[in-house]
Design a protein around this ligand. Structure first.
Ligand SMILES: NC(=O)c1ccc[n+]([C@@H]2O[C@H](COP(=O)([O-])OP(=O)(O)OC[C@H]3O[C@@H](n4cnc5c(N)ncnc54)[C@H](O)[C@@H]3O)[C@@H](O)[C@H]2O)c1
Length: 451
């Protein structure tokens, strides 16, 4: 490829791209690829989602993405459809971005969406094409799907499967797609690598390094990365458990550890732990897959990482109960946050809503507020009470509990918040508030792992 650019100037004779699955990952990928100048067709089975995307509405909260969607649609380079025949005829490179949730009743990944997308696409692949998996899958999946793809595609072995795991973070999805820390190309041929280098040329030109691997390694990179991050979070939360009993302060401990450049401070913030549509299910699926492969012992620690993480939720409930005077029965609780993390409306396996649910089960009246995740939260937990603002949630509360560290919660004035509550008692589930400021305003302040 001779020429490239970053704005509406894809390489000459650029491959046409399809993106199968237009959720958090796929919609972002499709929109960004179109903004980079490629012709892109997004494919999904959810017609309501497609209608919204075609109308210029991003169906989830992601900063910066709505503007890019409008730009991409206006450029004429992006469309969305449910028609796999159209996708097969259109695309030279097909990105697979469907969900791989946890199976119900098992820790394994549910691969039915991946399989159904391949099964739907393959019969329409009549010429040489590259299918590129981005979804997070158990190691060995791509090797297995290659057989399925070749068997079902009219073009047979001319259709190749590669794996390009995705590392984007919700809340920073645009930046992470356009300027990723690294690109991993799991390929079986020089042709597949060349195709991927062409598609990602504008990104590579920005300086993102490329690591070329085989299929199995590419699949493993993703789950290994998420396992490491989850372990780091649970590590500091395990220290918080020790601090609680020993009468030490995990916040200071984490701060002191972070100056060691071998350790670093990122993902070392103690608190309520991780959730979302990735880390919890990915570490479980990885442990499950390792057991299938007979190396379960090697990653058995991931079960402990998961257990530590879950204990943070029940321990947060304990702290609220203590502040409520020993019983949750009839206590009025303001729950600040519902999304699994700030700058997202994603509530999949959200610690915040898990805690809110447990508080309610304990007999408390729980009123939830989140800047962006209210719709999703209300649909998933209709029995909780919802407020339209922080102050409305906090009105007459016996205890305020911070569950997602949105900036608007961090920055609230403790005096102003104190003016509306029944009692100035706060549990800082995310180590996000300033204890000195709260105590100065007469609040009883508690946080996991702090005296
Ligand atoms: N969300 C993230 O931050 C993130 C980051 C990295 C990797 N991933 C991985 O990416 C994958 C997708 O995650 P997500 O968060 O975007 O999920 P999601 O649930 O938001 O999106 C999945 C989409 O796939 C669609 N779909 C299901 N079956 C389909 C089919 N047969 N054909 C076409 N579309 C179909 C669904 O309707 C949905 O729109 C997962 O494997 C996830 O682990 C996600």
């Amino acid at each position: 490829m001779s020429e490239s650019g970053t704005s509406a100037a894809a390489p000459e004779a650029a491959p046409r791209i399809t993106v199968l699955g237009t959720g958090y990952l796929g919609a972002t990928h499709a929109i960004c690829m179109a903004v980079l100048g490629f012709e892109v067709l997004g494919v999904d089975v959810d017609q309501a989602k497609l209608d919204r995307l075609n109308a210029g509405q991003v169906p989830f909260f992601e900063p910066g993405l709505p503007e890019l969607l409008v730009k991409a649609l206006e450029s004429g380079k992006l469309r969305f459809t449910s028609d796999y025949a159209e996708a097969g005829a259109f695309g030279d490179v097909h990105f697979l971005c469907v969900g791989t949730p946890q199976q119900s009743g098992s820790n394994a990944a549910d691969l039915r969406y991946v399989e159904s997308a391949i099964t739907a696409l393959a019969p329409h692949l009549a010429r040489r094409a590259l299918v590129v998996g981005k979804s997070t899958v158990p190691v060995g999946t791509a090797a297995r799907l290659t057989g399925l793809l070749n068997a079902l595609a009219p073009a047979g072995e001319q259709v190749e499967l590669a794996w390009n795991p995705e590392f984007l973070r919700e809340g920073y999805a645009v930046e992470d797609t356009l300027r990723p820390d690294r690109l991993v190309f799991g390929v079986r041929s020089a042709w597949a690598e060349e195709r991927l280098r062409t598609v990602f040329e504008p990104v590579i030109e920005q300086g993102s390094p490329v690591v070329v691997t085989d299929l199995n390694t590419a699949e493993l990179v993703k789950v290994a990365a998420n396992s490491f991050l989850a372990t780091k979070i649970s590590y500091i939360n395990a220290m918080a458990e020790v601090c609680e009993v020993a009468g030490a302060d995990v916040h200071q401990l984490a701060d002191a550890l972070s100056y060691d450049t071998r350790i670093g401070g990122r993902f070392l913030r103690p608190g309520l732990g991780f959730g979302g549509g990735c880390l919890p299910k990915d570490i479980r699926a990885f442990a499950h897959r390792a057991e299938e492969l007979g190396v379960g012992q090697a990653v058995a620690f991931l079960h402990e990482v998961d257990a530590i993480n879950r204990r943070r939720r029940s321990r947060t409930v304990d702290l609220v109960r203590e502040l409520a005077g020993g019983s949750l029965e009839g206590a009025r609780i303001a729950a600040l946050g519902a999304a699994f993390k700030p700058n997202s409306d994603d509530i999949r396996d959200a610690p915040a809503l898990d805690v809110a649910r447990m508080l309610q089960e304990g007999g408390a009246a729980v009123r939830v507020y989140d800047p962006e995740a209210m719709g999703n939260a209300q649909r998933a937990y209709p029995s909780l009470e919802y407020a339209q603002s922080t102050l409305e949630a906090a009105r007459d509360a016996d205890v305020v509990v911070l569950l997602t560290e949105w900036t608007e919660f961090r920055e609230i004035d403790p005096e102003m918040l104190g003016a509306v509550v029944a009692q100035r008692k706060v549990v800082d589930g995310r180590h996000a508030l300033d204890p000195a400021a709260y105590r100065a305003a007469g609040w009883e302040y508690r946080a996991l792992g702090r005296p």
